[in-house]
Every structure is written in structure tokens, then in C-alpha cells.
Design a protein around this ligand. Structure first.
Ligand code: SD4
Length: 332
């Protein structure tokens, strides 16, 4: 419900509302950061934070962390839950297809040692994040695409699965009646799961998995599987991950930016706000799309910020699994 509300809110923004003035990132009110920082500075680990309302995913990651396993195991298993949820229409099975009716998946994973693996434009495999982990651990490469990624997955024992559910097929057929391709918010959808975890040793890992934008052009790849854009981890500093219109995240290398801003001394909240500010500064049409970021630093302090209302995060820390409505830039 909350995710859908987000889309509606974002869609409203396309109805001819005038573009606001250019804004410099540093002009974004620091008072927001301070207020949010006091809410977010529950520190400590193990902990896990993820984009959207994904309590079952964070609960699974938490369970893995409680067993004393690594943050890497936690993000993989946590993301697997949402990938297998056929009702989530932008991750794994049930994901809305591209405009030709093919469900194509992007995912990546990054560990505390700086290792990274990704799959892009992967079809017929329910758990792209697990394939990404295999790319990271079992190949000399970091990204595998399309058919090559699919063949690699089969070689590792993943099963061929029909990812197009009845509900998504129906939605696609409905969309085909107009076939209006506008790579902006009105046909964008959001459930992408980006997850950051810190294990009992204080080591950080992250994962990001998505079916990308609904009805995208065939071959389109978003930010989610691209290191530095959809996800970045530096175990000395922290991690960040993104959701929303991937093209905008890619152009500003958002997750890397957030980690570098934290390196310079910003809190996770300030860093997320600055990264959103960069997008707003560069894209006068920011009212037409959404981007949301989450971040965590080495102490387990978190931040989250979006362009528009409706972005939620789920955090499991200090034995509490909670959904949090994120603050946002465009207060109208
Ligand atoms: C993409 N960032 O492919 C993803 C979409 C997304 O929730 O986040 N959807 O651009």
C-alpha cells in the first residue's frame, strides 16, 4: 500500500507542475539533517536497513546475523525473500516486464573486503542476487550480462523459472493498450530492494536487486547492479544504496558519492540529503521522478532521504524491526 501510494504521489507530480528553481545541494536545510540525525543515530550492530517496507527481508537478514553469520550472508538471504515474493512487482518473480513482455533482472552484491559481483539483464532466474554472489566468488569478472549470466546461473545449479506471473502479465497487457513509453515517473514503479547490513564483527556488506523500471526498453539496465550507483560499500566508512529512477542515480554515481561524503565527515543523513541535492541541481525536471537513498556508517548510524514523499525504509536494529517514513526534499 505504502509503495503504491508513493507511485501515485510521484505521478501527481507529472501533472504540469512548474519546475522549481535550481537548488544548490548545500542549500538544503541543515536543520532537517540535525533533526533526522537525532532520530537515526541509534547506533550499534549487528543491524540491517533496507529500502521500502520489507519486514520479512530484514527479519531474515537479522536472523542470519543472530546466527553469527556475515553481513554478506545476511544481505543475500534477506534479498532472497523479496525476490521470491511473487506479489512484489519490481523484484524477482512477479516483476513487471519490459515493453516486450520479458522480465529482466539486475542485481549486485558487495562485501566488506571491497569485492563486488553483478548480473544485468538476467532472465528466467528467481534469485539474481545469489547469481551475483557467484559471479563475485567464482569468476574472475565482476559483471555478467544477459544470456551469458543465465548460462552461468544454470552451470551453478539455478533453475529455469517463469518469472512473469499472471498479475504482471495482465498489467503488461493493460499497458500495451496504449503502449505509451515514457521513461519517467508515470510508468515507473518502485519496490527495488537495496539492503545494507553490519555483522557482529562490525563488517559491512550490501546488496541490491530489481526487475528495473516497468515496461522499459528491451536491453535497458538501471543503476541497481552498477557499483557506485545502486550500491557502494567501503568497510572503513559505511555503505549506501538507491531506489528510484536509475538513470538519475547513474548520472550522479549516487551511492559512491554518499560514501565519499561520509568519508569527509558527513553523517549518513547529511550525505543522503547532499546526494539528492546533486540530482535536484542537475535535473530541472526532478518533480517528475523519484530517487531515494539509504546509508549507514561504521557505527551503525543510518540516514535516508528522497526527492518526494512516499519513500519508506525498514530497519532492524537493537532487536526492533521497524518501518520508517523517510523525509524528502519536495515539500511543494
Ligand atoms: C532502476 N532503480 O532500475 C531501479 C528501479 C527501482 O524501485 O528502484 N525501482 O532504475
Amino acid at each position: 500500500m505504502k509503495r503504491r501510494k508513493f507511485i501515485q504521489n510521484a505521478s501527481l507530480s507529472t501533472l504540469g507542475i512548474a519546475v522549481g528553481p535550481y537548488v544548490f545541494a548545500s542549500e538544503i536545510k541543515t536543520s532537517i539533517s540535525e533533526e533526522k540525525d537525532s532520530q537515526n543515530n541509534a547506533s550499534g550492530f549487528p543491524m540491517v536497513i533496507a529500502t521500502w517496507n520489507v519486514n520479512d527481508s530484514t527479519a531474515e537478514a537479522w536472523r542470519v546475523l543472530q546466527e553469527g553469520k556475515s553481513a554478506l550472508d545476511a544481505v543475500e538471504k534477506g534479498c532472497n525473500i523479496e525476490e521470491a515474493n511473487a506479489e512484489g512487482q519490481s523484484v524477482g518473480i512477479g516483476g513487471l516486464p519490459d515493453r516486450d513482455g520479458n522480465v529482466t533482472l539486475d542485481a549486485c552484491i558487495m562485501d566488506s573486503k571491497g569485492n563486488y559481483g553483478a548480473v544485468v539483464y538476467l532472465q528466467h532466474i528467481m534469485h539474481p542476487i545469489s547469481v551475483a554472489r557467484k559471479v563475485m566468488e567464482d569468476t574472475p569478472h565482476v559483471i555478467l550480462a544477459g544470456k551469458g549470466a543465465e548460462q552461468f546461473a544454470y552451470s551453478k545449479g539455478f533453475e529455469k523459472t517463469n518469472l512473469l506471473t499472471e498479475a504482471s502479465n495482465k498489467a503488461w497487457k493493460e499497458w500495451k493498450k496504449t503502449s505509451q513509453y515514457k521513461p519517467i515517473i508515470n510508468i515507473e514503479n518502485h519496490d527495488t530492494i537495496g539492503m545494507l547490513a553490519i555483522d557482529k564483527n562490525g563488517d559491512i556488506s550490501g546488496g541490491c536487486t530489481t526487475s528495473g523500471l516497468a515496461y522499459k526498453m528491451a536491453g535497458r539496465v538501471g543503476d541497481s547492479p552498477i557499483i557506485g550507483s545502486g550500491l557502494f560499500i567501503d568497510n572503513e566508512i559505511g555503505g549506501a544504496t538507491a531506489t528510484g529512477l536509475g538513470e538519475e542515480v547513474l548520472k550522479t554515481v549516487g551511492s559512491f558519492l554518499i560514501v565519499e561524503l561520509m568519508r569527509q565527515g558527513k553523517t549518513p543523513q547529511q550525505a543522503c540529503e547532499e546526494a539528492i541535492g546533486r540530482i535536484i541541481k542537475k535535473s530541472p525536471n526532478y518533480k517528475d521522478f523519484q530517487v531515494g537513498y539509504i546509508a549507514v556508517n561504521k557505527k551503525g548510524e543510518t540516514g535516508h532521504y528522497a526527492i518526494h514523499d512516499g519513500f519508506w525504509v525498514t530497519k532492524y536494529q537493537n532487536d526492533k524491526n521497524e518501518n520508517i517514513a523517510s523525509d524528502f526534499y519536495d515539500k511543494k
